[in-house]
Design a protein around this ligand. Structure first.
Ligand code: ADP
Ligand code: MG
Length: 502
């Protein structure tokens, strides 16, 4: 019995050891599997780390490439703008409007219908067609080509879309001028500023989509600046009108802080630039501040209703945005993204001086707090670029508006300044060594944003009715002549390059 017990105990022990071995084997497998799992996880982790590293690196590469592409794009943008010439002419044909029907009572109904008939059309987005046949007159069927033609249903948005690229050039150091030319009532002020309500501008409370070029351009300038390093740019605004060949500062203030119009003069500085000494420059930090100031200035603009349109403006309005770029002594040139621009601007630097003197230099700036605070001892350089936005006085002839006396005097001053403008554009076209900027205050004032490598956009405004045929033809002729300037520029720019690049 003892033996039997021993035997069963033995077999039990055997069984137990077998079981133990089996269990330890499974445990071992489990441990192995776990270890393997951990190893796999480790490997995966490493893979992930490598992948993350790769991704990080390629992100860096992409960012670098993006920066390079951005610089290339800017350079291309500027050369594209350059290739298009420094003067481009756009033409906007406004819709027929209720006041076009207001014709004298003595005219027969037939004649009246003819007069309100449309004669100017946008044939396509580069062609204006003037088509008219009147009894007793030779029929007209003439086309004019411009860089861009807007038909009567094109919005302020569409117009601004073509203007915006010029503002990129502005921040790259080019002076820019956008001016509206046309007879009274053709839509100059509407295009430049926006619709008027009782002779006042609807902005900034009015419908945003109706805003004209001036408010939109300002918004865009501030948007572009917001993409730059903070504190490196500041913006000042001045508003002047040129009336009877005199320049009036519309932002000047009396001792009570009330704005009043004061006469200023335009001079040529030693560097050959045009300048208006003592002109009021207000520093602005955003577009709404700008609009507020411009609106105040505009209320002083001289008006004299002509028969053509009750809100006629008998003066040229020039709104100037001066953008000052601050660059510190040592790293000058690095804040411009493309090499060329910074090199070009390096030559153009207006001054090097300790910042402290800035306030005395722009003494006319009405605000004492400067938008950028620097150490007083820091050496800085400043580059100024100008955006001049011009709503020209009506280009109509004397007979058309039926004016006499003082108004006749105004008209002859307007005609003289507009022909001085035509002469300047003509002289630039012929690449004459002398450009007669000083023949009128208007051209003298605009000198730096019309000539040289400045970019000018001439916006012709056209009333479509037959009644305005003569004036419309005159405006289109003016625009066509200004376009010759562009052609001349392109010729001049391409030939020397190819002959030099042997
Ligand atoms: P100008 O400044 O050339 O004398 P305005 O800009 O005052 O002419 O325009 C005359 C009138 O025609 C204004 O009542 C203006 O609102 C309207 N007008 C001009 N252009 C347009 C347009 N494209 N669409 C709608 N109305 C326009
Ligand atoms: Mg006007």
């Amino acid at each position: 019995r003892l033996k039997q017990d021993l035997k069963s105990l033995h077999s039990f022990a055997l069984e137990l050891s077998k079981e133990f071995r089996r269990q330890s084997k499974t445990c071992l497998y489990q441990v192995l599997a776990a270890v393997q799992g951990v190893q796999l996880q480790n490997e995966a982790m490493q893979m992930f780390q490598i992948k993350a590293f790769d991704l990080e690196q390629s992100l860096q590469e992409v960012t670098e490439r993006y920066e390079k592409e951005k610089q290339k794009r800017r350079a291309l943008h500027n050369s594209l703008v350059e290739l298009r010439g420094n003067i481009r002419v756009h033409c906007r044909i406004r819709p027929l409007l209720p006041f076009d029907n207001a014709v004298g009572h003595s005219i027969s109904q037939d004649r009246q219908r003819n007069l309100t008939e449309k004669v100017a059309y946008a044939a396509d987005d580069e062609t204006v067609l003037v088509k008219c046949s009147r009894p007793g007159h030779a029929s007209i069927n003439k086309t004019f080509q411009f860089e861009r033609v807007y038909n009567d249903s094109e919005s302020q948005d569409a117009v601004f879309a073509d203007v915006a690229p010029l503002l990129t050039s502005l921040l790259d150091g080019y002076n820019v001028c956008i001016m509206a030319y046309g007879q009274t009532g053709s839509g100059k002020t509407y295009t430049m500023l926006g619709p008027q309500v009782e002779g006042n501008f609807a902005f900034p409370t009015g419908d945003e989509s109706e805003l004209g070029i001036i408010p939109r351009a300002t918004q865009e300038v501030f948007r572009l600046i917001s993409e730059k390093p903070p504190g490196s740019y500041w913006v000042e605004v001045s508003v002047v009108e040129v009336y009877n060949n005199e320049i009036f500062d519309l932002l000047a203030k009396d001792s009570y802080g009330k704005v009043f119009s004061i006469k200023r003069d335009v001079v040529t500085t030693r560097e050959g630039k045009s300048d208006v000494p003592l002109l009021t420059h207000e520093t602005v930090e955003n577009a709404s501040e700008f609009l507020h100031i411009v609106k105040k200035g505009l209320q002083l603009r001289a008006r004299h209703p002509t028969l053509v349109h009750a809100h006629s403006s008998r003066s040229h309005l020039v709104v100037t945005l001066t953008i000052t770029t601050v660059v510190f002594g040592d790293n000058f040139g690095t804040s411009w993204e493309d090499e060329q621009t910074s090199q070009r601007l390096n030559k153009d630097v207006s001054s090097t001086f300790p910042l402290k003197t800035r306030d005395s230099l722009s003494a006319s700036s009405s605000r004492t707090s400067s938008p950028v605070q620097f150490e007083a001892t820091e050496k800085i350089k400043q580059v100024k670029t100008r955006l001049q936005l011009v709503d020209l006085a009506g280009s109509e002839c004397v007979g058309m508006s039926g004016v006499t006396g003082a108004a006749l005097r105004e008209t002859s001053f307007i005609n003289r300044s507009l022909s001085a403008l035509a002469d300047v554009l003509g002289a630039i076209a012929e690449q004459r060594s002398h450009i007669p900027y000083r023949n009128s205050k208007l051209t003298h004032l605009l000198q730096d944003s019309v000539g040289g490598d400045a970019k000018l956009l001439l916006m012709l405004c056209i009333s479509p009715g037959q009644k305005y045929l003569t004036e419309s033809m005159q405006s289109l002729g003016f625009g066509a002549r200004a376009r010759q300037v562009q052609k001349g520029q392109v010729r001049r720019r391409t030939f020397p390059v190819s002959s030099k690049a042997k």
